[in-house]
Ligand binder design. Structure first.
Ligand code: 3NM
Ligand code: MG
Length: 525
C-alpha cells in the first residue's frame, strides 16, 4: 500500500480533557462535524487513557475518518496505531525515537514530529519525518508544558533552515499552538520564508485543538478555518515590488489621491475619545467616508464595504480590546486593511499587554507610532525583547531606520515611525520624509489622525501597493500642514486646525484638477 497522500491544510488534534471538551459524550460527534466542515487530517491525542480504552476509541474514530477519506494519526503510541491499522503517528521530542517508529511502522505510514527549534526540525527531517508540527506558536491553555513560544519569526526561521538544507519540498509543515480564526491569516502570512529557489515558502497547514474541539459549532468553525487557510495569500502585495522600480512614488501620488476622491472609501475608526471628531473631519477632508464605531459586532458588516479599519488604543479598556479583536478579525477575513496605532504603548503595563495581544490576534497591515511606541511594539513579542534597543535613549537616524525595517520584516507589513522626520518601510523599500510643521505637535490628535489619513489611502490602493498608499497619505497630510502654517490668517494652533483641514481638502481638489504644485515641497528620500 503506498503512503496516503495527505492534505495538511486543516489538522484537528483531539483533546478529551474537560477544559477543552465540555461534554465528553460529544467526542465522536464533534470529530464527525469537523470532518463535515472540511478538516483534512485528524490526530487522536489521549494523554491519560488506558491502552485498551485508547485502542477502542481509536478504532471507532478510524471508522469515522475513513468515511470522509481523511487520515487518522495517533499521538505518541505506535502500538495503538499498529493495533488499529490507521495511517500513522505523531510523536513528540520525548516520545519514541523517530527511526524506531519508522522501523516498526514501515515506509507506508505517516510519521509527524513536534519541533520547536531549527536543530529539532533538521534532525526530524534527517530521520525521515513526513511532516513537522512546528510550535508552540502562541501561548495556549490547551498545552501548558510547552517548551517555548516561538511566534511567527520562529516558524519562519525553521522554514528557512529546512529550505537551505534541501528539505523544504520533501517534508511538509504545519504549525500549532494557540491558533484560531483571528490569528491564522497572520501566522500563515508572516511565517513565509522568501526562499532562494521559489518566491515564497509557506506552511502546508495549521493544527488546532480548542478552536474546533471547544467550538459551539465545530462544523461551522472548521469551515471557517479552512476558508482562512485557503485564502491567506491574498494578503501578498509583495509581487508588486518590481513595478516600483519603473515609476517613482511621486509619480503615483496623484493616481492614489484621485482614486480616493473617486471612490470615497470607508474608514472605520475605533479610536480614542479625544480625537473622534477631528479624525472624522480629517477623513472627510482627504476624501474618505468616516464611521466612528467602537462596537466590534458591527465590523462584520462594515468590513464588507471595501474600506479599512483603524485600531487606535488611545483609551484602551478590557472591553475595548475584545471589540478590537472582533473588528480586526472581520477585516482580516474580508482582506481589507487594518491600521494599528499603539498610542502610549510603553506607558503602562496594561498597554504593553494590549500591544502584545493585539499583535497576536490578527494581521495588521500598517503599524504607525512614534519612536517610543514603535520600540514597544518591537519588544512586545517574546524573544525579541528590545534587542539592541534602549527604550529611554533617543535613537540615531540610522537606528530608527533599522528598527522600522526589521519590524516591518518581522510583521510582513508597513511600519511608520513618526517624528520630525518620518521613517516608513515595508521591510524592502524605505522612505524618509522630512515634511510637516511644528504646529502639528501643538494640537491634540494630529498623530492619531495620520492613522486615519493613511487608512483612507490604503482602502483605495492596498491591492496595488500598501507602501505607496502610506507614503502618499503622509505627504498629503504633512505638506497640508506646512501650507496651512504659512497662511497669513494662521496665528497659532487654534487657527491652524481649521486652516489645516482647508489645505487637506485643497490639496485633494488641486490634485484632481491636475495641479501638482504642492507636491514640489515633498522632502522624501
Ligand atoms: N502541541 P490549541 S501546542 C497539542 O506546541 C499541542 O507542540 C503543541 O492547542 C506544541 O489549538 C498544543 O487549543 C495544543 O491552542 C494546541
Ligand atoms: Mg508526546
Amino acid at each position: 500500500m503506498p503512503k496516503p497522500k495527505v492534505d495538511y491544510s486543516l489538522y484537528l488534534v483531539t483533546d478529551s480533557t474537560p477544559a477543552v471538551l465540555k461534554d465528553p459524550s460529544k467526542f465522536f460527534e464533534i470529530v464527525r462535524e469537523s470532518l463535515r466542515g472540511g478538516v483534512t487530517l485528524v490526530q487522536l491525542r489521549e494523554k491519560t487513557a488506558d491502552t485498551g480504552e485508547f485502542i477502542k476509541t481509536a478504532r471507532k474514530l478510524h471508522e469515522i475518518t475513513q468515511e470522509y477519506n481523511v487520515p487518522l494519526l495517533i499521538n505518541d503510541r505506535v502500538d495503538v496505531a499498529l493495533a488499529v491499522g490507521c495511517e500513522g503517528v505523531h510523536i513528540g521530542q520525548d516520545d519514541m525515537e523517530l527511526k524506531t517508529a519508522r522501523q516498526l511502522l514501515g515506509d507506508d505510514k505517516i510519521i509527524g514530529m513536534t519541533v520547536s527549534s531549527i536543530d529539532e526540525a533538521l534532525k526530524a527531517c534527517e530521520d525521515g519525518a513526513d511532516y513537522l508540527g512546528i510550535g508552540t506558536v502562541y501561548a495556549t491553555p490547551t498545552k501548558t508544558n510547552t517548551k517555548s513560544i516561538i511566534g511567527a519569526a520562529g516558524v519562519r526561521e525553521i522554514l528557512a533552515a529546512m529550505d537551505h538544507a534541501g528539505y523544504y519540498e520533501k517534508v511538509k509543515t504545519v504549525c500549532i499552538g494557540g491558533l484560531n480564526k483571528a490569528n491564522i491569516p497572520r501566522i500563515l502570512y508572516q511565517s513565509q520564508h522568501f526562499g532562494d529557489k521559489s518566491w515564497t515558502l509557506a506552511l502546508d497547514g495549521v493544527a488546532v485543538v480548542s478552536a474546533i474541539m471547544s467550538a459551539d459549532d465545530p462544523k461551522e468553525a472548521s469551515k471557517e478555518l479552512l476558508e482562512l487557510v485557503n485564502s491567506w495569500p491574498k494578503y501578498r502585495g509583495d509581487s508588486l515590488i518590481h513595478c516600483r522600480a519603473q515609476r517613482g512614488v511621486l509619480e503615483v501620488v496623484p493616481d492614489i489621491i484621485k482614486r480616493v476622491h473617486e471612490t470615497k472609501p470607508l474608514t472605520h475608526n475605533m479610536t480614542n475619545l479625544v480625537v473622534q471628531n477631528f479624525a472624522a473631519n480629517v477623513a472627510l477632508a482627504v476624501g474618505g467616508s468616516p464611521i466612528m464605531a467602537n462596537y466590534g459586532e458591527e465590523a462584520a458588516d462594515l468590513s464588507k464595504l471595501g474600506g479599512s479599519l483603524v485600531v487606535n488604543m488611545g483609551t484602551v479598556t478590557p472591553e475595548g480590546l475584545l471589540n478590537y479583536y472582533k473588528a480586526m478579525q472581520a477585516y482580516n477575513v474580508a482582506v481589507q486593511p487594518v491600521v494599528f496605532d499603539p498610542v502610549g504603548a510603553g506607558a503602562t503595563s496594561v498597554r504593553r499587554g494590549a500591544v502584545k495581544s493585539i499583535l497576536a490576534n490578527g494581521y495588521l497591515d500598517v503599524i504607525k507610532g512614534n519612536e517610543g511606541e514603535i520600540k514597544t511594539v518591537w519588544g512586545a513579542v517574546d524573544g525579541e525583547q528590545q534587542r539592541g534597543v534602549d527604550s529611554s535613549d533617543s535613537l540615531t537616524p540610522e537606528d530608527k531606520l533599522d528598527l522600522v525595517v526589521k519590524l516591518a520584516k518581522r510583521e510582513h507589513n508597513v511600519v511608520v515611525m513618526t517624528g520630525k522626520t518620518d521613517y516608513v518601510s515595508d521591510g524592502y523599500w524605505t522612505a524618509i520624509i522630512a515634511n510637516g510643521h511644528e504646529y502639528l505637535g501643538l494640537v491634540t490628535g494630529t498623530g492619531c489622525t495620520i492613522g486615519t489619513a493613511i487608512s483612507v489611502a490604503l482602502a483605495a490602493y492596498h491591492k496595488q501597493d500598501k507602501l505607496w498608499a502610506v507614503i502618499t497619505a503622509m505627504l498629503h497630510f504633512e505638506i497640508a500642514a506646512e501650507i496651512a502654517a504659512e497662511r497669513w490668517d494662521v496665528k497659532g494652533p487654534g487657527t491652524f486646525i481649521s486652516a489645516f483641514l482647508d489645505e487637506l481638502y485643497n490639496i485633494r481638489i488641486a490634485t484632481v484638477n491636475g495641479d501638482m504644485e504642492w507636491l514640489k515641497r515633498a522632502k522624501i528620500t
